[in-house]
Structure formats: structure tokens, C-alpha cells
Ligand binder design. Structure first.
Ligand SMILES: *[C@@H]1O[C@H](CO)[C@@H](O)[C@H](O)[C@H]1NC(C)=O
Ligand SMILES: *[C@@H]1O[C@H](CO)[C@@H](O)[C@H](O)[C@H]1NC(C)=O
Length: 298
């Protein structure tokens, strides 16, 4: 799979998913599930089922006002990216993994948790960090092997698309710690640690048989509403744009490196940073007349 910078994630993932057509209602070898990991960008309501605080949940007004009634736990007035991607790929809504009502994950599962980072320290105790999300996926892998047998389970896992949106919280959650963000680490050291942990999780997916990864870059965080809200004069914190950009550069390098070294590994990258930046700088052009930020999460 070629590197597909700057192509919208929806298009990329839909293509990955539709390389072969999927049919509903039963399992067959063309079946392509979607597994989703990350933070509030993709959380469909997992945080409703963990012990946390309302800051890390989105199951109340005005969340969900334009689509889910009542609010589903998505950090959005309506659907989130992963919902649209599933729809365009002809999949059902991907089930929220921690919702005890869900037990059929043949079309995929969504493990994302609002506020989660790649580092276990980021918002620890309030979120399901990415490593734990991978452990839950490991439980599901075992369940597939038990229920389908090894051969079918392996086919399902290698057909599947694994979509990630994670990393922004690793930088946001450190901002408050000190005037010099990320102290005692340099930007380079800290980014290496975040990317190192993301890489471990991608390798974990690969070891369990996953081959197709879709990754979103992190937003440029300097002018993020929650960042500005915490600063005198509501100024942007330009240091955060430097580190977000560095993260995205390193992510790009790492994905390319993994593709070069892991047999059968393919990825697509969505330049979320650029897409969000355009919308924050020129909201009316994209149909937003009023910007609000009811939560301090990515
Ligand atoms: C904040 O960072 C400075 C160095 O930039 C360091 O000297 C100081 O001890 C740090 N404070 C805390 C509370 O970590
Ligand atoms: C992952 O993050 C931890 C801190 O949570 C750090 O100690 C470790 O070195 C990181 N791993 C890699 C491979 O960078």
C-alpha cells in the first residue's frame, strides 16, 4: 500500500475495507471488520462504563443533540469519524467494546477512550490507556479463536482494518505540570517515548495477525480551546504546535519504517492536523458559525 498523505481518512479506510466486498449476517472469508483504538476522536462511549469523572465522559447534553438521543458518550453533537467510515464501508455501527450489551464483534469493536494517551501516565486513572485497549483486543482475539477456530480467526484478523487516533492527550496532559512543558524531557525525548509506545501497540496488533493500519495525525494543539482557556489573555501556546508537528513527522517516519520491515504490513495516514487546522482558522468556510468547547479533551 502506498503512502497516502493528505487523502481524507474516510476515503482511505473505505478503500481498505472495500478491497473485497463484505457481506452481512454471516462470517465468510471476504468479511472485513473494523477495529478502532484511541482517544475522544473515536470514543463511541467506552468511558460510560469506567470509573471516571464527567470531564472524561460525553453522555450528557449538549453531546448528541443532533444525532444520538440521548447522548451516546461520543464527544460530538452527532456521529464521529469512525461511524461515518463504518457506514461508507457498508459495515454496521461498530460496537462499543465496554458496553455490556455488546457481545458480537464479528464486524469489529471500538476500544477508544476519551482522554487516553499512548503513555499510561496520561490521564491515568480516568481513561482506558492504549496499552489496555490492546489487551482488550487480545481478549477478543482469543474469543475469535475459540468461536471460529484458528484458521477463520486468523483470516478475520488479517482482513481487518485497525484504525488509530491517539497521541494528542500525551502532550495536553503534560502542559499543566510545569511552565516548561514536558519537563524533565526535551521535546525530542518525549516525542520518542510517545511514538515508541504507539509503535509497541502497532507491533502488538501485527503479532496478533493485524496487517492494515489506518492512523490519524494529532491536531496542532497550540490554539486548542482548552489550552487557550487556561492561559492569561487566552493566547495560544506556540510550543505545543512545535511538539505536535514533531510528533506527526516522527509518526510518518515510523509508519514508513514499519511498512519497510514488517512483512505484509500496510498503512494509510490521515492528516488530521491539517484538516482540523483549516477548520479552526476558517470555521465559517466549513459551515461552523459558533465554536464551543464543553470539555478539555482532545
Ligand atoms: C519545573 O521546571 C523547572 C525547569 O524548567 C524545574 O527547575 C522545576 O523544578 C520544575 N518544577 C516542578 C514542580 O517540577
Ligand atoms: C513507553 O512509555 C513509558 C512511560 O510510560 C516509557 O518509560 C517507555 O520507555 C516507553 N516505551 C518506548 C518503547 O519508548
Amino acid at each position: 500500500m502506498a503512502v497516502t498523505n493528505y487523502v481524507p481518512l474516510l476515503v482511505i479506510v473505505s478503500c481498505l475495507l472495500m478491497l473485497t466486498s463484505s457481506s452481512h449476517g454471516h462470517y465468510d472469508k471476504e468479511h472485513i471488520p473494523l477495529f478502532v483504538f484511541g482517544d475522544s476522536l473515536f470514543d463511541p462511549g467506552n468511558n460510560n462504563y469506567i470509573n471516571t469523572t464527567p470531564d472524561f465522559q460525553a453522555n450528557y447534553w449538549p453531546y448528541g443533540v443532533s444525532y444520538f438521543h440521548p447522548a451516546s458518550g461520543r464527544f460530538s453533537d452527532g456521529r464521529i469519524l469512525s461511524d461515518f467510515i463504518a457506514e461508507y464501508a457498508g459495515l454496521p455501527l461498530i460496537p462499543t467494546y465496554l458496553d455490556p450489551q455488546n457481545d458480537d464483534f464479528l464486524y469489529g469493536a471500538n476500544f477508544a477512550s476519551g482522554g487516553a494517551g499512548a503513555l499510561v501516565e496520561s490521564n491515568a486513572g480516568f481513561v482506558v490507556d492504549l496499552k489496555t485497549q490492546l489487551e482488550y483486543f487480545g481478549d477478543l482475539e482469543k474469543q475469535f479463536r475459540r468461536n471460529l477456530g484458528d484458521a477463520k480467526a486468523e483470516q478475520l484478523l488479517s482482513n481487518a482494518v485497525y484504525m488509530f487516533g491517539c497521541g494528542g492527550n500525551d502532550y495536553l496532559s503534560s502542559v499543566g505540570n510545569n511552565d516548561s512543558i514536558l519537563y524533565p524531557y526535551t521535546h525530542e525525548q518525549y516525542v520518542r517515548m510517545v511514538i515508541g509506545n504507539l509503535t509497541d501497540v502497532i507491533k502488538g496488533i501485527y503479532e496478533k495477525g493485524g496487517r492494515k493500519i489506518a492512523f490519524a495525525t494529532i491536531p496542532l494543539l497550540a490554539c486548542w480551546p482548552s489550552v487557550r482557556a487556561g492561559r492569561v489573555g487566552n493566547t495560544c501556546n506556540e510550543e505545543l504546535d512545535l511538539i505536535s508537528s514533531l510528533h506527526n513527522q516522527e509518526l510518518t517516519k515510523k509508519l514508513q519504517e514499519l511498512e519497510n520491515h514488517l512483512d505484509g504490513f500496510m498503512y494509510s495516514k490521515f492528516d488530521l492536523a491539517n484538516e482540523v487546522n483549516k477548520r479552526m482558522r476558517n470555521p465559517s468556510k466549513y459551515g461552523t458559525s459558533e465554536l464551543r468547547n464543553p470539555s478539555n479533551l482532545v
